[in-house]
Structure formats: C-alpha cells, structure tokens
Design a protein around this ligand. Structure first.
Ligand code: ATP
Ligand code: MN
Length: 462
C-alpha cells in the first residue's frame, strides 16, 4: 500500500518544495473539470488544508471519471510550487487510482451542515473541516497535558474504571453487574451482591481521585487522565455520560500550593494551544467563535484573583445585578455568580477557596474554623468553574467524623482509612474535565461536539 513511502499533506504544505514521484493518499473533497484539465482537492486528515491536484490531459486516466467527492484515492506525481497562488503547491499526477469509490448519496455534501445533523452521522463527521480540527486539537492538548506533568516529575496513573467506592457520595453512577436482570438473587427481599461478579456492588467510576491518593502517598506526584462515567439524566450542552478527566494528586502539598499548580497548568495549556495549535486556533477564531485567540491571549496576561468563599458571598450580596439564585452564606455558587465574579467584579480569572463544608465532599480537609473546608474552584470568564480541587483530610479522626456527617458508606473505605493510619501526610489535588476544557479553548458550544463519539442519555449509537 506504500504506507511508509507516501507523503502526508501537512508537511508538504508546511514546506512547499518541488519533488518528483511523490505518493499521496486521501479523500477527495472537491472535483472540478475544464477542457483538458481536471482539478481535485484532496485531504488526508493530517491538516485542515487540502492538496490541490492538477490533472493535465485527463483522458489519460481511465479511473478519473469514476472519482467523485468522498472517494478514497492514491496519486503519484510531481509536486510543483506555485508561490503566486493561494495554495502554494500543487501535485501533477502521473498515476491516479481509485481506492474506494463514493456513490452520489454521500451524506457530506459541499454545503455547510449543521452540527445537529453531523451528530447523526458521527461516523463521517471527522472528515469535515470543523471536526477534523476539533479532533486534531483534542489529540494535541491531550499530549500537552502529559507533557506538563511529565516535565514536572509526575507519574501517570491509571485509576480503575470499575470501582466499589462511591467517590462523591452521589447516586449518579452506572452499575456494573453480571446478574441476569430477570433473576437477581435476593436475601430477605434485598439484592445479594455477594453472588455478583465481584462479590460486592460495583460501579463505573465517577472520579479517579480516591485511588490516585493511594499512589500519591507512595510515588509523591501522580496524575490520572482517563474516562469518567456519570449517569446523570441532565441533557444539557455541558453534560455527557462518559468523559475524560485529569486529576493530579500531590503528597506534602497544601491548598495554596495546589492552587498555584492549577493556575500554572491552565496557563500552560492556553499557551500551548496558541503556540502549537495555531492552525486549529485560527480556524476556531474564524469559524466557531470570534476572538477565541484574543480571549486566550488576554487570559494568559492576567493573574488569578484569590478570594475566600465568604468574601465572594459578600461581593455577590453587594452586586447591583439581580441573580436568578439568591446568594447567602452556605449556598452553592451557580455559574451566574461565578461569571459575575470573573467578568464584572474582577475582570480576571478567579480562585475561590474555603467553601462551607456541607456543600463540598467528605474527603476535603476541615479548616480550623470547623465550618469550611480547604476546597478551591478555579473560575474563568464565560463559563465559571473549570477546575475543582481541595486539600484532602489527612487526620483519621476528623475524616471519620466527616464520613459520618455525610452518610458515606464506610465498608468500602477501610483502605482509605489505612492511608491515614500508616504514614499519613497532607496531600492535595484537583480535577479538570477534559471536554469542558476543550469547549472553552475552541469555543465549541456543545460538549457533544468535542468528543469523537459522545455518550448521552438515550444515545450511544456509534
Ligand atoms: P457540574 O456542576 O457542571 O455538573 P460537577 O460539580 O458535577 O459539575 P465535579 O463533580 O466537580 O463536577 O467534576 C469535576 C469536573 O468534571 C467538572 O469541573 C467538569 O469539568 C467535569 N464534569 C462534571 N460532570 C460532567 C459531565 N456530565 N460531562 C462532562 N464533564 C463533566
Ligand atoms: Mn454535576
């Protein structure tokens, strides 16, 4: 197939050079004929841009007639730079073969399709400009995430996907079972989980954090970057049932140090996107949301404002704006409040810390006031929370009280307690939803469009 011998289009366009006998393979985007000339634009997925093919004396090529848009083709010919033209370089083929033809009912026609329509044909949408750009961008940012942590001596950890612990104490988990659902074994009317595959009730994980704590208290600095599952029925443009999350966990690290790392991490990714993904960023800025580049550049120049939850509530109470959800000490901050802080009050990204303990998770470290916990939310303009993190409770007695207060099932937490019993150490971490980050950086408005094959309620088609 000449897999190793062929040239990819991205490097050809990056350095236009006259070259003979070049092999190129890809899919036809457009075809146009004139007397004695045929023009094809082909794309091989390596870049947004197409390679211009100029066929002289088309009658020489018997297969050319069958080549329509969407077809897979293989071409051999000479690359000729044309500096005066927009496309800079073109291929003049000596050999043209149709690898896979494409009938006229190809669902991707030349016109612009709506994102809703493209979701229905998610198996073909990566061949469009937008979804090509989104998916190349996604890959590059995933790499940048690894690069950030690896450069700082963090170890990459794979948290288990099947788990018996309920990390958030919430009931939005998918159950994992091999029971025949028509014949579930029961004792006294209750499900006998001892007979199930793992001899206990198990779920798809909603967070890799608790397990990352295990590794952090041995390897020091670790991060997870893996799939997370939430069975929430909320059909919003911001929620999916399966997404990837990045969760670093650092031993001997307090909340303020955790916040510093979170800030550096975000800035690193924004800078990486601007410097290393300029083709995609320019595309997003032009076609998806105006000024995406300027937004990231402005953010890069700004500094995070840091306030406590209590201070944030005071600011919000004094606001001239009327909120849909009224603010009082003790309430969860809504996106409208978070955005007010960033966009109206500070005109900067904001970190809010020391939240009331009742509205956060059981594992967060209780502050000396016994009313708040060492939690932080990182807020950015336009969306509000992008990162949530905390210092974890490392004192066994305090942790046990929290578990009781939150009504978390203790049976599955014995190992979590052990970590506090044997050589406990302060440690901290945070979570960043990968898809939400991509939405923010690209300006894509619907989370379903930054995930190759999204899973949402009533939809796992592809
Ligand atoms: P939200 O209030 O938006 O539902 P959350 O408070 O439930 O978020 P966390 O439990 O703190 O979110 O999860 C950590 C991160 O995971 C969030 O900041 C967000 O980026 C992401 N996230 C949470 N739920 C989803 C989801 N259903 N789909 C995609 N990303 C999600
Ligand atoms: Mn949620």
């Amino acid at each position: 197939m000449d897999y190793f011998a062929r040239r990819k289009i991205a490097p050809i366009l990056a350095e236009p050079q006259a070259t003979e006998n070049v092999i190129v393979m890809g899919w036809v985007r457009t075809r146009r004929d004139s007397t004695n000339l045929s023009f094809l634009e082909i794309n091989d997925g390596s870049t947004l841009h197409n390679l211009q093919i100029v066929v002289e004396n088309p009658d020489r090529f018997p297969e050319l007639e069958k080549i329509k848009s969407g077809a897979a083709v293989r071409l051999v010919g000479n690359l000729i730079p044309v500096p005066q033209r927009k496309h800079k370089i073109e291929l003049h083929p000596e050999e043209i073969s149709l690898v896979g033809d494409c009938p006229a009912d190809y669902p991707l026609q030349k016109k612009r399709h709506s994102f809703e329509y493209l979701r229905e044909i998610a198996h073909l949408r990566p061949r469009t400009n937008t979804f090509g750009a989104v998916n190349r961008f996604r890959s590059k940012i995933a790499y940048a995430i690894h690069k950030f942590y690896q450069e700082r001596g963090f170890y990459y950890m794979h948290s288990p996907i099947i788990t018996a612990t309920d990390a958030e104490g919430a009931g939005e988990q998918f159950w994992v079972t091999t029971f025949d659902l028509d014949k579930i074994p029961k004792i006294d009317g209750r499900v006998d989980y001892d007979k199930d595959f793992f001899a206990s009730q198990t779920f798809l994980t909603v967070s890799g954090q608790l397990e990352a704590e295990i590794m952090s208290l041995a390897l020091g600095d670790v991060y997870t970057f893996g799939p997370i599952f939430r069975a929430e029925k909320s059909n919003t443009p911001r929620h999916v049932s399966e997404f990837w999350m990045i969760e670093p966990e650092m031993a001997f690290c307090d909340l303020d140090e955790n916040m510093r790392l979170a800030g550096e991490f975000l800035m690193y990714l924004f800078e990486y996107a601007l410097n290393e993904c300029s083709e995609e960023m320019e595309f997003f800025s032009r076609w998806i949301e105006k000024n995406r580049i300027t937004t990231l550049e402005t953010l890069l120049k700004s500094k995070f404002e840091i306030v406590t939850y209590t201070e944030a509530v005071e600011i919000l109470k004094k606001a001239k704006m009327k909120f849909e959800f009224p603010v009082n000490w003790g309430v969860t901050l809504q996106a409208e409040h978070e955005r007010y802080l960033c966009e109206q009050h500070f005109n900067a990204p904001v970190m809010v810390k020391d939240y009331p303990k009742d509205i956060k998770a059981f594992y967060m470290r209780v502050n000396d006031d016994d009313k708040t916990v060492a939690a932080v939310d990182v807020l950015v303009p336009q969306i509000g929370e992008i990162i949530g993190g905390s210092q974890r409770e490392e004192r066994l007695d305090v942790l046990k009280k929290q578990v009781e207060l939150f009504g978390v099932k203790e049976e599955s937490l014995w190992w979590y307690y052990d970590l506090r019993k044997y050589g406990s150490a302060p440690h901290s971490g945070f979570g960043l939803g990968f898809a939400r980050l991509l939405m923010y950086m690209s300006g894509m408005a619907n989370i379903r469009d930054v995930i190759p094959l999204p899973r949402t309620p009533r939809s796992a088609k592809f």
